[in-house]
Write a protein that binds this ligand. Structure first.
Ligand code: URA
Length: 210
């Protein structure tokens, strides 16, 4: 069974993604856009979070009203580009916890190397959203998901902006139970593991290290 892939086709997401792709978009604009797209996508990524009912008092009367059920969710940016999505997500989920995972791609082998992992001890039973703007080979997302599964969360969702078909297939094969939310599935990977047409190196564009 393949994991589900949800392509977020909302016109605002698509418009902003086009601006992000443009070579002439500045670091300042790119940063703003990545935050805005994260906020817009948050709505879709969390559409099936379970609800429970809470007894509240309105100015008029008492009622049972829906609230998110369970422990605080945990946002997991893959360093460093995943940090670009974090601020936007925190605007929507201000009380979310954050776990950082540092994985870099060895430029020769394209294999993932974990160099940092810091999370609270309480991932068990929580809903996690793994963040990385680019799903390229899929190696980093697969390694991060392997790691997170070991912490026994209630759920994991993977959120990215641009995916390569190769990465989608690899992730689906490794983690058929984890849904992928992306704004686009592009044409292909090049020989260096970059997505075509893509948007270049997301980390460089967010942090201005071009
Ligand atoms: N990571 C990026 O930042 N861009 C790509 O195209 C692929 C991986």
């Amino acid at each position: 069974m393949k994991s589900k892939v949800y392509v977020v086709r909302h016109p605002l997401v698509q418009h902003k993604l086009t601006l992000m792709r443009k070579k002439t978009t500045s670091v300042t604009e790119f940063r703003e856009l990545v935050g805005e797209v994260a906020m817009l996508m948050a709505y879709e990524v969390t559409k099936d979070l379970p609800l429970t009912k809470m007894k509240i008092q309105t100015p008029m009367e008492k009622m049972m009203s829906p609230v998110l059920q369970g422990e605080k969710m945990v946002l997991v940016p893959i360093l460093r580009a995943g940090m670009g999505l974090l601020d936007g997500m925190l605007r929507i989920f201000p009380s979310a916890r954050v776990a950082h995972i540092g994985i870099y791609r060895d430029h020769k082998t394209l294999e993932p190397v974990e160099y940092y992992f810091k999370a609270s001890k309480t991932l068990r039973g929580r809903d996690l959203i793994l963040l990385d703007p680019m799903l390229a080979t899929g190696n980093s997302a697969i390694a991060a998901t392997d790691r997170l599964k070991g912490a026994h969360p209630r759920s994991i969702r993977f959120m990215c902006l641009v995916s390569a078909p190769e990465g989608v297939r690899a992730f689906q094969k490794a983690h058929p139970d984890i849904p992928i939310y992306t704004a686009a599935i592009d044409r292909k990977l090049n020989a260096h593991g970059y997505i075509l047409p893509g948007l270049g190196d997301a980390g460089d564009r967010i942090f201005g290290t071009i």
